[in-house]
Design a protein. Structure first.
Length: 178
């Protein structure tokens, strides 16, 4: 706000000095010029205030997005685990993003078997899911139903890419260990 107010005062004085009669003085002889200078100052203060408010909101949004991305990475690490931790992770994923169902599918001789699932209708095949991502050990994370806003969709994509990266990193570690 301070730079906006300072700029307004300086611009007000310069406009008075250069553009109002008598020129090159800080006197104003006509009522029209007084009204014009006051209107200029009001508009400048309003614009400065709006810029300040929008800048603060932009900083808050960026901070919230960074925190959400960090939380998504923490959640993604839980998908590499088994048992109760995996069930908790898919349950949290479903509630955070307001999804219809989330399932972990495993390929067997007959096709796909549902290893863990929350919500309904549970996808039984990868084709039934809106989004899928491979997990470790030939498992697949299948997600159905999405009522996401644009920011949430971006966050979900970040989560899914993080899961992919973790899986690829684990595969690389496994290959180098053998």
């Amino acid at each position: 706000m301070r730079p906006a107010v300072l700029s307004t005062v300086i611009a007000f004085l310069l406009a008075d000095f250069f553009y109002t009669r008598p020129y090159y003085s800080l006197q104003v002889n006509q009522l029209v010029d007084v009204v014009a200078l006051i209107a200029f100052a009001v508009v400048a203060v309003v614009v400065g205030t709006l810029v300040d408010v929008l800048t603060r909101q932009g900083v808050r949004v960026a901070r919230a997005r960074a925190e959400a991305t960090g939380l998504a990475r923490l959640l993604a690490e839980r998908f590499s685990q088994d048992g109760e931790a995996l069930t908790d992770a898919i349950s949290q994923l479903r509630s955070i993003f307001d999804l219809d169902a989330v399932a972990v599918l495993r390929r067997d001789q007959r096709g796909w078997e549902t290893e863990r699932a929350v919500g309904s209708p549970v996808p039984r095949q990868p084709e039934e899911a809106g989004s899928t991502v491979e997990l470790a050990d030939g498992r697949l994370l299948a997600i159905t139903g999405s009522r996401l806003e644009e920011e949430d969709a971006e966050l979900l994509q970040t989560l899914l890419s993080t899961i992919r990266q973790l899986r690829e990193r684990q595969q690389t570690v496994d290959l180098t260990a053998t």
